[in-house]
Every structure is written in C-alpha cells, then in structure tokens.
Ligand binder design. Sequence first.
Ligand SMILES: Nc1ncnc2c1ncn2[C@@H]1O[C@H](COP(=O)(O)OP(=O)(O)O)[C@@H](O)[C@H]1O
Ligand SMILES: [Mg+2]
Length: 250
Amino acid sequence: MDQKPVIETHELTKSYLNHNVVDNLSFDVKEGEIFGFLGPNGSGKTTTLLMLIGLTEATKGWARVAGHDPTREATKVKRTVGYVPENIGFYSDMNAKENLQFLARLNNIPDSVSSKKIKEALEKVGLKDDADKLTGAYSRGMRQRLAIAEILIKEPKIVFLDEPTLGLDPDGTSRIIQHIQSLSREKNITVLLSSHDLKQVQKISDRIGIMINGKMIALGTLEQLAEEKLGVGDREISLDDVYMKYFQEV
Ligand SMILES: Nc1ncnc2c1ncn2[C@@H]1O[C@H](COP(=O)(O)OP(=O)(O)O)[C@@H](O)[C@H]1O
Ligand SMILES: [Mg+2]
C-alpha cells in the first residue's frame, strides 16, 4: 500500500515513574488500512491509543492523527476519530436510540438526518429489538455492538478500537469483526484495532504490529512476519504461530 499515512508517530514515549511504558514508538498507519495492534497485557497498547486520541500527553516524541497534533489540537482530533475504549460507557438511564441521538447531536448531525441513520445502524448491529431498552440493562456484548453503532453514526475517518471483542462469545466476536471490516472497506475508514483474538485479527488486518514492553518488536503484513520468523513454505500461515514465535524470543 502506498497511500498516505493518517496516523504517524515518531519516537512516541510515555513514562510513568521514570519507566517507559511506551518506548520510542515510530510507526504509521495508511489511509483505509486495518492495522492489528497486538501484544500481551501491560505492553502499552492502551497508553498508545490514549496518546493518539489526546486523552493523555506524550512524555517525549510526537504523533499526528489526520495531520493534527493530538495534544495541541485535541478538539480537531476528537472530531475526526471514533474511539471504542476498553470499558465502554453509555448513559445508562437512556435507551440505545437516545444514546445515539445524543452522540449525533454532539457531532452536529441534525435529528432529521440522524433518525434514519440510527435506525439503520441499530438494525445493522442486531440491536433493533433492544433499541428502547435502557443501556444500563445491556450486556457487555450489547454495549460493544452499540459502540459499533456509534461508529456507524459518526462515520469518523479513523477508528481506534481497544479490545472490542473482549469477553464476547464466538458469534458476537465474529459479527463485530465483520462490521469493522465492512465499515473500513465500504467507507475507506482507517482502523487501529487492539485485540488478543489472533484468528480474527488475521482475518481482517492489512498489517500487524506486535508490541512488547512498550516497543514495537514486529511490524508488517502477516506474510512478512511469517517469512521473518518461520520462513514460509506453502503451508498455511497462522498468526498464532507467528505471534508465539516472536513472544518466545523476548
Ligand atoms: N496512569 C498510569 N499510571 C501508572 N502506570 C500506568 C498508567 N497507565 C498505564 N500504566 C502502566 O503502563 C503499562 C502499559 O499499560 P497499558 O497501556 O494499559 O497496556 P496494554 O493496553 O497493552 O495492556 C502497564 O504496566 C500499566 O500498569
Ligand atoms: Mg489495554
């Protein structure tokens, strides 16, 4: 892919108590790309996402998201991106429709436009029958699907997803992954997807980055990483095998 990068970092670093939890990270993600962001718990994935969205400040280095500095131009970045955090929150005393309408208003989408979009989005993620239920009564899987509906309403150019399928059953997981893929392909949305679900990541990612101890120790297409670590014959490549191989060497 030789599209332009829409996410760029240069020596991006975050320290807590003199320890670099994100350590001189330089990478980019191209427009329309689905980037699988892997790594064990505590390796610095969430902290990286938070810096890219402007929710925490880098200690050193810089980032550009859609050409903006997430710290100095936080509002612009927040307007351009969609973010599904690890712990998804909604207004629990509002139902799904009301939550989506609230989001639409925040993004200056008039009710006349949003009402149709909201209906379509809820249908698409399979929440049509639960649209009038208060989100406080939603299960984790339902909240995750509603978060995807939010992305469908906002249609941001760039989406950051922090373990969006964590704790979901296989059917729920595969649905969310399909939504993410079609969203990216149909609207050319760039996706940075942090996940432990290697099979699903393998299915939809254009490139993969593996982070360990704050450093990106591998970066490339699955074929490139497999070539580097396994030497590819014509047997089927599995991201599980490649990931474990990198992991064993740290
Ligand atoms: N606010 C914070 N204060 C101190 N340490 C933090 C803070 N946030 C994250 N960390 C530490 O930074 C490291 C990376 O965390 P995180 O980015 O959440 O990793 P991941 O998302 O890959 O599991 C962990 O060791 C975590 O304990
Ligand atoms: Mg995390």
